[in-house]
Design a protein around this ligand. Structure first.
Ligand SMILES: Nc1ncnc2c1ncn2[C@@H]1O[C@H](COP(=O)(O)OP(=O)(O)OP(=O)(O)O)[C@@H](O)[C@H]1O
Ligand SMILES: [Mg+2]
Length: 593
């Protein structure tokens, strides 16, 4: 019962993963089956051939009679020579069928890999931010490389399984054609062996689940530590890091050995079982049979084939069992990512005429205390608004709500009276620019980093934006100008230069609203002044929402909001708040000067 349920589960898993290739798989299986069939008939033709050569009595088993009948039907002389041609033709066609079936397998695998990879990329980029932010670095990489390849190799082994089953059936028929008893014995032993070895297959799968997990951990380890390499070097922690990596590797080694042991023990046991079976059979035949030589040779050949194919089947089953967890991992990620798909219910275009308003907004992250509660804030078009407050007070959470990366748990955010969720997400994100402290640069040219996939951004937009971000003179001073490569994550540039390039990127898209989250916090005064000047130039043209630790950055703001523990505790014009001795703003100011 259990075995049947397992097979059922397996079937539904394969249908889910490979369902769209059902017809190609059927064709592949049919071709494999045909090639097995042709080989089987070719081999059987040995019986009449031998009886011709030996001049013995005419073979009178079913297949030999059928071949004789076929020759009569085709009006071909039933002679040794023509029988030989017939066999050659059979083996040749078998080779042709096998070639086509292998080509089809390769095509299905290539299609599967391409489609699965593009599906993985698509659903990943389409997922909501909270889902994406919880993904570990290296896992997607691991899925795209190892897991997809392991999954598609299942197709290869399934194709092999079609050939193996065809061979098994054909050779069993061959044996059956000559001796019912031997066929029955072989079938019963085969079935017993299958059930005896089933637990080993299950064990293989369990070990393989651990292997999938460890592979992911290794990818995560490598990626995480590549990103953090500078810190590791600077702290001289190479050895400790290595030690952790090596622990992982030795764990993987153990798992590999376990899988190999299970596979090898199965193969050896099977081998032993076959030897006993063949010896038993010989003893049986020796006592009871009165076979003619030709039939006897074919039975031995066919039995040998049956056993070899059972061994193949066993080996394939082990490999498939060990690859299934990779496929399951891909499918379960697909399910999670699809459930986490970002949905856009917005149908309205972005139109900002007057005011952007937070109405009583609450937000709590999955674990922990409310990050924001009862937030009321109003931002008028063209204003520059400052958000200040201690670390962890909820400033970035407000930004993420504005970027629609997360949604309010209670209350709403409205733009000129329209809930922002009614605005098309694509339009929203095109109109709302964002820049944070951790700049993301591609290992590409400065120009491509500013254009950043936006086909609508022209060369002059790029130059104007670079000018507005106070980086044009620097870029022009470089030998390769805008064509200068920035290095991996921008390492060829200083942090201040990277930030001004990131600012140019946002400005080149000419946003209506620009959000700067601690954009200048890590800069020296000179770099900050440069960005400051750019912001000042935008003041009045673009609605600015600026988060800054340094109050100097927002002294020119039209309004500041002071946040504390997720609540707005103060708001007003910086100059006015500064004059009120007991205001929090004034206290912050004193602390900083
Ligand atoms: N992804 C998250 N999951 C769980 N809690 C989070 C998450 N992001 C932020 N928090 C928590 O929410 C609160 C507000 O965080 P937020 O990042 O908005 O603060 P912040 O004002 O921007 O701080 P900082 O000035 O240090 O950047 C903090 O207590 C933080 O621990
Ligand atoms: Mg923050």
């Amino acid at each position: 019962m259990n075995a049947i349920r397992k097979i059922g589960n397996l079937f539904s898993l394969f249908r889910q993963a490979f369902g769209e290739y059902a017809w190609s798989i059927a064709l592949m299986a049919a071709l494999n089956f045909l090639s097995g069939l042709l080989e089987g008939i070719g081999v059987t033709a040995i019986i009449p051939l031998f009886s011709f050569i030996g001049g013995a009595t005419k073979a009178n088993d079913t297949i030999s009679l059928a071949i004789a009948e076929l020759f009569r039907f085709l009006h071909l002389p039933y002679t040794a020579k023509f029988l030989l041609f017939f066999m050659v033709a059979l083996f040749l066609s078998k080779a042709v069928f096998l070639f086509f079936s292998q080509q089809i397998t390769a095509k299905i695998m290539a299609d599967f890999e391409e489609r699965t990879r593009s599906m993985l990329l698509r659903i990943t980029f389409a997922a909501r931010w909270p889902f994406l932010s919880s993904q570990k670095v290296g896992h997607l990489d691991q899925m795209l490389t190892t897991e997809v390849v392991a999954s598609s190799s299942i197709l290869y082994y399934l194709s092999g399984a079609a050939l193996v089953s065809a061979n098994l059936i054909i050779y069993s028929i061959l044996v059956l054609n000559i001796s019912t008893i031997i066929a029955l014995l072989a079938f019963i032993s085969g079935a017993c062996i299958f059930f005896v070895f089933l637990p080993l297959l299950t064990k293989t799968k369990i070990v393989s689940i651990d292997m999938v997990r460890e592979n992911k951990r290794l990818a995560h380890f490598a990626n995480e530590h590549t990103i953090g390499a500078k810190t590791i070097k600077a702290m001289h922690l190479e050895n400790q890091t290595l030690e952790r990596g090596v622990t992982l590797l030795s764990l993987m080694r153990g798992l590999y050995l376990k899988t190999a042991f299970l596979r090898n023990i199965s193969a050896s046991l099977l081998h032993l079982a076959s030897v006993f079976f063949v010896i038993g059979l010989f003893a049986f035949l020796y006592k009871t049979s009165a076979f003619e030589f030709a039939s006897f040779a074919v039975v031995v050949y066919a039995l040998n084939k049956v056993i070899t194919n059972v061994q193949y089947a066993q080996n394939h089953a082990h490999t498939i069992s060990s690859q299934i967890p990779y496929l399951q991992s891909v499918l379960s990620y697909r399910k999670e990512a699809e459930t986490a798909a970002e949905r856009d219910a917005g149908v309205l275009p972005f139109a900002f005429g007057k005011e952007l308003l937070f109405r009583d907004v609450d937000f709590t992250y999955q674990r922990g205390e409310p990050a924001l509660s009862s937030i009321l804030l109003s931002i008028k078009k063209g204003e520059m608004v400052g958000l200040i407050g201690p670390s962890g007070s909820g400033k970035t959470t407000i930004v993420d709500l504005l970027l629609r990366l997360i949604e309010p748990e209670k209350g709403e955010i409205v733009l000129d009276g329209t809930p922002i969720s009614h605005v098309r997400l694509k339009d929203w994100r095109a109109r709302v620019g964002y820049m944070s402290q951790d700049v993301f640069l591609l290992n590409d040219t400065i120009e491509n980093n500013i254009r950043f996939y936006s086909a609508s951004v022209t060369k002059s937009d790029i130059e104007n934006a670079a000018h507005a971000a106070n980086i044009l003179a620097f870029i022009q001073s470089l030998p390769d100008g805008f064509k200068t490569m920035v290095g991996e994550r921008g390492v060829f540039l200083s942090v201040g230069q990277r930030q001004r390039i990131a600012l140019s990127r946002v400005l080149a898209r000419k946003p209506d609203v620009l959000i700067l989250d601690e954009a200048t916090s890590s800069l020296d005064t000179e770099s900050e002044t440069l960005i400051h000047e750019s912001i000042e130039r935008l003041h009045g043209e673009v609605t600015l929402i600026v988060i800054a630790h340094r109050l100097s950055t927002i002294m020119n703001a039209d309004k500041v909001f002071v946040l504390e523990k997720g609540k707005i505790v103060e708001e007003g014009k910086p100059g006015v708040l500064l004059k009120q001795e007991d205001s929090r703003f004034a206290k912050f100011y004193k602390q900083q000067s």
